[in-house]
Design a protein around this ligand. Structure first.
Ligand code: PLP
Length: 413
């Protein structure tokens, strides 16, 4: 037997059925037209945001990085909750425009922005988090040619990293951002170019569960931003401090304690140097806001035994939930939280492995987990599926195609 991660709060059982929002898993499957299916709970997103707002100082802006989940219903659910959105491609820009999001609240990072993406972002009035001197020059040239004033910030490659984060994106040689020592000259170039100087973006990593590491990093980010702007002799209208807030996926993961992070930021904001007192400070989060709100539902199509081991073979798999299979940036494969959705409160009766329908040994959704007896027709729920699921998985692999996706609206909305 191998342990699973903790099932996120807020999921209950009615008559044995997993309830997501106002309906059971079976009802969502019927409404969506079948499995495999992602269901996203708006109430869970609202609760997560409310707790975060509660813990953070009022003046901190909170942005949603739609890379985590760009499903239209999720964007619509997040729009009234957050202060802005972060994108990493022209495709994501188009999704936000389609959803009617105010482009003035959007910032665009990404090391390989094509000219057409820059053009669309500049025309819309999106802030570009520029990742190289070359990108700044291309953006300025596009602004000149089109008569739009580009809104330019610099993404800094800091000389420190976020300790204990799942994915490090700063420190040392990196394709992301401009090395810190080259930032002052580039900031002056932007400020003198006639473009709108928007400040700095410093993103150091992802999936951190240790609040002390996050506090240390946020402190370093503030210090670095102040130092760079002083050295450049420019102001700091906006500072995007990244994020990296993680969620518990695996057995033994403790939820991130956000209260001390909020307290730390509150102290720093209460004691800002005068020239940075009017700066707008933001964090950008993806998985922390939506990850635990999503459940992936996949139906068992076969139950089989091999050498004394039970396999529950589902109609889904890694082509929708690559991360749960352990093939999306994890070194050691561990089990996500899983359950049998239509026997959600039933006692454990056996140990089985839950696999996908793909013809590859990589396609394992849960390895040797304790489950109630389950067989053909029963539905497996994989939790923590709200971020880096549907759009971060190779849906076309083996000709399978995408999963269905549906929003579970908060009752009363
Ligand atoms: C991926 C990414 C995010 C979101 O990361 P999460 O781990 O989902 O919070 C935010 N900002 C940038 C620049 C990113 O690349």
């Amino acid at each position: 037997m191998k342990p699973t991660g903790p099932i996120p709060a807020g999921f209950t059982a009615t008559g044995g059925q997993l309830v997501i929002g106002a309906k059971t898993a079976d009802e969502w499957i019927a409404e969506a037209g079948g499995t495999p299916l992602f269901v996203y709970s708006e109430a869970r997103m609202q609760a997560q945001m409310a707790a975060l707002r509660d813990a953070m100082p009022r003046r901190l802006s909170i942005h949603y990085a739609i890379k985590a989940n760009p499903f239209r219903g999720v964007i619509d659910a997040m729009a009234p909750l957050v202060d802005g959105f972060d994108i990493a491609s022209g495709g994501e820009l188009a999704m936000l425009m389609e959803a009617g999001i105010d482009p003035a609240t959007v910032s665009f990072a990404g090391p390989g922005k094509r000219d057409e993406e820059l053009r669309a972002a500049i025309a819309a009035g999106v802030t570009l988090n520029c990742e190289s001197e070359g990108e700044v020059e291309r953006a300025l040239a596009i602004g000149q040619a089109t008569g739009h004033t580009p809104r330019l910030a610099i993404r800094v490659n800091p000389d420190f990293e976020l300790k204990g984060s799942g994915m490090k994106m700063g420190g040392g040689a990196k394709p992301f951002g401009v090395d810190a020592e080259r930032v002052p000259a580039l900031a002056r170039r932007i400020a003198e170019s006639g473009a709108e100087w928007r400040g700095l973006h410093i993103y150091t990593g992802s999936q951190a569960l240790d609040h002390e590491a996050l506090i240390e990093t946020l402190g370093n980010i503030l210090d670095l931003a102040f130092r760079l702007c002083r050295e450049a002799g420019v102001g700091l209208p906006h500072l995007n401090m990244g994020g990296g807030f993680g969620i518990p996926y695996f057995h033994g993961d403790e939820p991130l304690d956000i209260a001390p992070i909020g307290a730390f930021l509150g102290e720093r904001f209460a004691d800002l140097p005068e020239e940075f007192a009017a700066t707008q400070y933001a964090i950008e989060l993806g998985r922390y806001l939506v990850g635990e709100a999503g459940v992936y539902l996949t139906r068992i199509v076969e139950r089989k035994e091999s050498h004394g081991h039970t396999f529950l073979v589902t109609d889904g798999g890694l082509h929708h939930q690559l991360a749960a299979s352990g093939n999306f940036g994890t070194v050691i494969r561990r089990n996500y939280p899983v359950a049998i959705a239509n026997r959600f409160d039933a006692p454990v009766e056996e140990v089985a492995s839950i696999v996908g329908c793909l013809c590859t040994p990589l396609d394992r959704l849960a390895d040797a987990v304790e489950v109630p007896q389950a067989g053909v027709g029963d539905v497996v729920a994989v939790f923590c599926a709200g971020a880096y699921g549907a759009t971060a998985s190779p849906a076309q692999f083996l000709g399978q195609g995408p999963a269905r996706e549906i929003m579970a609206p908060a009752t009363g909305s």
